[in-house]
Structures are given as C-alpha cells and as structure tokens.
Design a protein around this ligand. Sequence first.
Ligand SMILES: Cc1cc2nc3c(=O)[nH]c(=O)nc-3n(C[C@H](O)[C@H](O)[C@H](O)COP(=O)(O)O)c2cc1C
Length: 292
Amino acid sequence: MKSVSLFLAAASFAYTSAFTLPSNNNGGRTVVSLDMASAIVFGTSTGSTETIADYLKESLPEVEGPFDVETIEGSVKDFFEKYDSLIVGTPTWNTGSDTERSGTGWDEIYYGEMQEMNMQGKKVAVFGLGDQSSYAENYADASGELHDVFEALGCVMMGYTSQEGYEHEDSKAIRGDKFCGLLCDEVNQEDLSAERAEAWVAQLKAEGFFEGGSAAPAAAASPVVEVVAEPVLEFLEENSALLDEAIESHGNVGFAPHYNQKTKSTMWVSRDGRSCYYTGGSVATKASSSSP
Ligand SMILES: Cc1cc2nc3c(=O)[nH]c(=O)nc-3n(C[C@H](O)[C@H](O)[C@H](O)COP(=O)(O)O)c2cc1C
C-alpha cells in the first residue's frame, strides 16, 4: 500500500511537471521564479568580468549580487551553500600555468576552502572573459577550471554555448564541441557582450536554471494517501502510460540529473526544464526502469 501511495505521489508530481508546461511569461516579460536563491559571483583583475556580471544582473534583477569573490566575508562554505543556483565568472590570466589561472580570488579558494563545501545537485553556470586574438591558443582557459571545480563538487553544470562567432584556435573551456559557459571578449568583441549576456540569460531560463530548486524534496515528502480506490488505480495506469510516452519521446537524451540527498532519489530534468522524472531512492516511479 505504501509503495503504491508513494508511487501515486511521485507519479502525480511527475505528471504535473511533464505535461503542465510552466509559463514564465508575465505580460510578455519573462520573470525568474523566486522559489530558489540564486547569485552572481565573479572574480576580476581589471574590471571586464565585472562588466559582464553587471550585464547579467540587468537581465536578472531578482538574482543576488553580483558579488566579487574577493569581498566574501566569513565562511566561503556558508556563503556558497546558501544558494540553490550560482552564476560564476572569471577572467583568464597566468597563461603559462596549468591551474589557478584566474588571477583573482578564485585561485585562493579553489583547492582549499571550496573543497569543504557541500554543493551536490546545485545548478551552476559559468561565464568567462579572455582575449581570443592575443591568446588564441588559450582563450578563456580559466573558465574551464572554474567549471571543473564546481562540477567536481557535484554541481549540475548548465549554460553551455556554441563556439561559433569566435576566432580562437583552442581553449581549455571547451567541453565536447561547446564552450562550458558564456564566453566574452571585451578586448576584441566588446560590442557583442551585452547581447551575448542577454541571450545567455534567456538560455538559462529555458534550461530551467532558476526553477525547481525545492520541488524534489516537496514531492518526495508528499503525504501518503491511504486509500487506493479503483479510480485512483485507473489514474495511476493512465499517468504511467503518459510518463512512458514522455520518456520515450525525449529518447532519454538531454536530461540532467539533480540528486536529492534526503530522499536518495534523482530528479531528471529535460534541457528545456519542462519535463522531469525520478529514479532511485524511496520514490519508485514508473520511469526508473527506463533511466537514461
Ligand atoms: C598577462 C596577461 C595574460 C593573459 N592571459 C590570457 C590567456 O591566457 N587567455 C585569455 O583568453 N586571455 C588572457 N588575457 C586577457 C584577459 O583575460 C582579458 O583582458 C580579460 O578581459 C581580463 O578580465 P578582467 O578585467 O576581469 O580581469 C591575459 C591578459 C594579460 C594582460
């Protein structure tokens, strides 16, 4: 009875997420849901990365910051852990080095204080600055390091972008065939930065970056329904079929995992942030046998 009840709770949540497309439009203006805490944090030596952070903030007034990483007071761990999603930015300096390439306060905390943080499942998007002409072989390398530090802490990395429109030859910020975030070049393509930042914010919203931070625990903790009557079983059957259809139509491709430590379950969210399903833990959903 209990497992059927749990399945019902999960299935009805998954059904809602998968088939009720959340509308973020408010009279034509896209707004960010405030059900999760987000912040912009950057490092900078000469101010260009802060310029991009300011562009991002213009499109994201609801998000906290931008904060210069060097001005964080007290515990770095406490500071970062209070956010559900983070937009983090860095320039690239120190061309000859393998690590600590930002030339900013990030380098001081990457392999020290940040390693103490519990960041599992938090959404993180990286933006980076560089000079693609003078440093064509190393364009915005340090963005790759920033990306990897957060990824290694268990964060869900989002906001990858195309390399088209840049003239670099190589970069340590490339993952697959994409940049691991938004890259800007205030030296050679200053006039493109504002529109690149705006387009990237739209991409993050479409990816669901600002949504669903607290949705998984709430769904897992749904009250147990004690009575499983005939109509309920029909409902279950119907929605299980719909879930299967949704998973099939997405081909299990492009879903990003969000692990919930409390429930030991994983919420798989589609790239557009409009569909999700669960695997593992106590939330035994129909989807678990079709995980990607
Ligand atoms: C000494 C020096 C080294 C640099 N190394 C790189 C590099 O390896 N890769 C790159 O893309 N840009 C490099 N740059 C360019 C900076 O990353 C770029 O000017 C950036 O906009 C600086 O950002 P900030 O003003 O936020 O510090 C370098 C610049 C200087 C002066």
